[in-house]
Design a protein around this ligand. Structure first.
Ligand code: SF4
Length: 753
């Protein structure tokens, strides 16, 4: 068995030493980097060879990669790097890593072309000034060969046990059986379809209700496909923390059923949840866990690979034992495990770690996307950025050194954008180029300061920097799938201020390459319909398979009553308060127990709750409040005890409308007094217009589908298992419309009340 490693990955493993230091980063974007490479290559002579594919072996190791360029006439191999800021501030270990790559490529080229010596050059291109700095060294082939062997030997010390583990893992996975004696109804169907999708290299969209065991029903077939499909990683992506916990639980179930399985799994958490020194900056002069990080990393990595499931707690323990940063250790371990459980953004974001690693290392990955109906909104957020002028104003007041003229210029350009604007909101399909230029100048200046400030900059300046950077980066991918909008308001002293937003409305084009790069992406959710809506917005490939898993529940379990003599439209709300409170009271009198009542806003919720409290004080009730803290949320849920009685008031689309599991008599019914339609506002109206242009379904794609999906999710809280019985009251005349009822789960049998 041979082990294939990319030159870059080999060098990152063997040649990184010293401190973790993110001051010289963020580096240019991938687009800037590629464009920079092209510019450098274009300046070279006609004999210049770009992207030279090279490969070499050492014992079981096959090393491969593409050198940036070779000039045969000068016998010079070049490693091209783009950068921004002050090159003199580049940390020593970054430079060393670049030399390591050049030396490895140098040897591979000498060996391929039988050269006895070679010139190696690091070419640094400043993406802002377009100036090149070349640093050159001359090497004998023998010296490079020795270096190559040394690096390979060092890597093999790690790779051989890794290969052994992978081989054990493969036999274990082939023998692996489902953790339970039987699969649940629908679970087998799901598992088989997932397996078929990954085996044929297709994506899959699967709609399946709660209760069939979707997590294990998707993870298990992917694990079984690892060997036949030669998958390098299975990525289990979730929208929220509870989903991550369920995925980790499924991994534990597999591990418990097969205790000797040599599978390695990892949980990735956000930096702010993993950081041990939130007040510090990520470099050796500020954070003790960054100091000497790469020197202690080998031992930490060694210890971490012994742990079968590196969840947050296990990873932290290893990291602290070896005094390295847990967050960056987890990023390192993503390279060495088989299953990664992480938030969506680790794969779908613009600079996503897992997607980047998969590309760089040519991994074959299978991706599971849990609660995938969330991906539309999450992707829109990932690919959007906003900047508030108030932030710039307060930054200007703090007078950061060396920035005043750049900030003033930025403010001038900003004002020019909205000075003539009369309406509070304006959307455009054009980028504000002069503003972006001024923003870029501020970014460059801040970056220079970051390079020079050992203990980090003022937090307000850094906050502005990261927001501005995100804005600037998104401007590079801005196209017809985005809006540029300006929301204007009166500031202090009657001067207007505005918020600028680069708003992604159609994420398909940015997501599609990520879908296509995986062997298979499986989207699953209880509410993934209409299928075309999600396929259009998420850029699913044309051959994506669809599965609607038969529900294990039957119509007799849930009375779905459509209350069509009430309207919950804004103009009818006042009139609806009394009838709704009467409906709740009647149902409660008929069948006392625990109920959830959902409304479109806190205000509406309060009105109905108050009327119910006044007219029926004997009915216990509790209410969701705005910005509820974690403990308060917990307390809200804890009121739903078995055989309990009362009504919990909540808002649709909020914390209690999704992902809440109240089985048995903990919840026997729900009232949904809203169609869930997103608010009609200028932004949504713009989205509606775009959706109409693209798909001819502006209202449905903007309001109806996202709204009714929330209703079905909320109603889905009632029936959680085959023994559950309950009632759902859908209160609004529009619930009687056929178009709306078509979206209901197939097993519901709605009746008019
Ligand atoms: S512990 Fe926090 S500050 Fe230190 S390196 Fe890690 S993430 Fe950065």
């Amino acid at each position: 068995m041979s082990y294939v490693v990319a030159v870059r990955a080999l060098c990152e493993f063997t040649a990184k030493q010293g401190d973790l230091d993110l001051r010289f980063t963020p580096s240019p974007t991938a687009q800037e980097g590629m464009a920079g490479h092209r510019r450098v290559v274009a300046r070279r002579g006609p004999d210049y060879e770009a992207e030279v594919t090279l490969e070499g072996c050492y014992e079981q190791l096959r090393v491969r990669g593409r050198a940036d360029g070779y000039a045969p006439s000068a016998n010079r191999l070049e490693e091209i790097k783009t950068y921004r800021g002050d090159l003199a501030s580049q940390p020593h270990n970054h430079r060393e890593l670049h030399w390591a790559q050049a030396r490895i490529y140098g040897w591979l080229l000498c060996s391929a072309r039988q050269l006895t010596d070679i010139h190696l050059a690091l070419v640094y291109l400043d993406v802002d000034s377009d100036r090149e700095t070349r640093i050159e060294q001359h090497y004998q082939a023998e010296a490079l060969e020795q270096y190559f062997k040394q690096q390979c030997a060092m890597f093999l010390g790690w790779a051989i046990p890794q290969m052994q583990r992978l081989s054990e893992r493969n036999s274990g996975l082939q023998a692996l059986s489902f953790p339970y004696a039987q699969m649940r109804s629908g679970q087998r169907d799901l598992a088989e379809t997932v397996y078929k999708a990954v085996s044929t290299g297709r994506c899959l969209m699967a709609q399946a209700t709660t209760g069939i065991g979707k997590t294990l029903g998707t993870l298990f077939p992917m694990l079984k496909a690892v060997v036949p499909q030669q998958l390098d990683k299975v990525l289990f992506l979730t929208a929220k923390t509870p989903g991550r916990a369920l995925a980790l639980e499924a991994v534990r179930q597999v591990m418990t059923s097969a205790p000797t399985l040599a599978l390695r799994s990892l949980e990735l958490v956000a930096r702010d949840k993993a950081c041990e020194y939130p007040q510090n900056a990520c470099h050796g002069e500020s954070c003790p866990l960054a100091k000497g990080f790469y020197d202690r990393l080998p031992a930490a990595r060694q210890a971490a690979r012994e742990v079968a499931l590196l969840d947050k707690a296990a990873l932290r323990e290893v990291a602290l034992t070896h005094q390295v940063c847990p967050y960056y250790l987890s990023q390192e371990m993503a390279r060495w495990v088989d299953v990664v459980v992480a938030d969506y953004n680790y794969y779908f974001d613009q600079s996503a770690l897992l997607y980047g690693l998969a590309q760089a290392n040519q991994w074959r990955v299978a991706v599971l996307v849990d609660e995938a109906h969330n991906l539309v909104e999450r992707a829109r957020q990932m690919y959007s950025a906003s900047l508030d002028q108030w932030l710039l104003q307060s930054l200007r007041r703090s007078k950061p050194v060396g920035m005043s003229s750049a900030l003033q210029q930025l403010n001038r350009q900003w004002n020019a954008l909205h000075n003539d604007q009369v309406a509070p909101y304006r959307a455009s399909a054009e980028l504000p180029t002069a503003f972006l230029k001024a923003l870029q100048r501020c970014l460059t200046l801040i970056q220079e300061q970051m390079n020079q400030a050992p203990s980090g900059l003022d937090p307000a300046l850094m906050d502005f920097y990261f927001r501005a950077l995100q804005f600037s980066r998104l401007s590079e991918v801005f196209d017809g799938n985005f809006l540029f909008d300006i929301s204007k308001r009166e500031g202090q002293g009657r001067r207007s201020l505005s918020t600028l937003c680069l708003r992604n409305v159609l994420p398909a084009a940015l997501i599609a390459p990520k879908m296509a790069a995986a062997r298979s992406v499986v989207l699953f959710s209880a509410t993934l319909g209409p299928r075309q809506f999600y396929a259009d917005l998420l850029g699913m490939p044309g051959d994506t398979a669809w599965l609607e898993v038969a529900s294990p529940f039957v119509a007799e379990q849930l009375q779905v009553r459509v209350v069509s003599n009430v309207s919950t439209r804004y103009q009818h709300r006042q009139a609806s308060i009394a009838p709704i409170s009467e409906l709740i009271a009647e149902q409660y009198a008929r069948q006392p127990g625990n109920y959830l009542a959902f409304f479109s806003s806190f205000e509406y919720l309060q009105h109905v709750a108050e009327m119910l409290a006044t007219r029926y004080p004997a009915i216990p009730q509790w209410r969701q409040s705005q910005g509820m803290a974690e403990e308060a949320r917990q307390a809200f849920l804890e009121r739903f005890v078995e055989d309990g009685q009362g009504v919990g008031f909540a808002v649709l689309g909020g914390a209690f409308a999704e992902g809440v599991d109240l089985p048995g008599t903990r919840l026997i019914g729900a009232f949904v007094a809203t169609l869930g339609l997103p608010q009609v506002n200028p932004v949504n109206e713009q989205i509606k217009q775009r959706m109409a242009e693209r798909f001819g379904a502006g209202f449905d794609y903007t309001y109806l589908y996202p709204g009714v999906r929330k209703v079905i999710q909320a109603a889905g809280r009632v029936i959680r298992g085959p023994q559950d019985r309950g009632v759902v009251m859908l209160i609004d005349d529009r619930f009687a419309e056929q178009k709306v009822q078509q979206m209901f789960p197939g097993w519901w049998a709605p009746q008019k009340k």
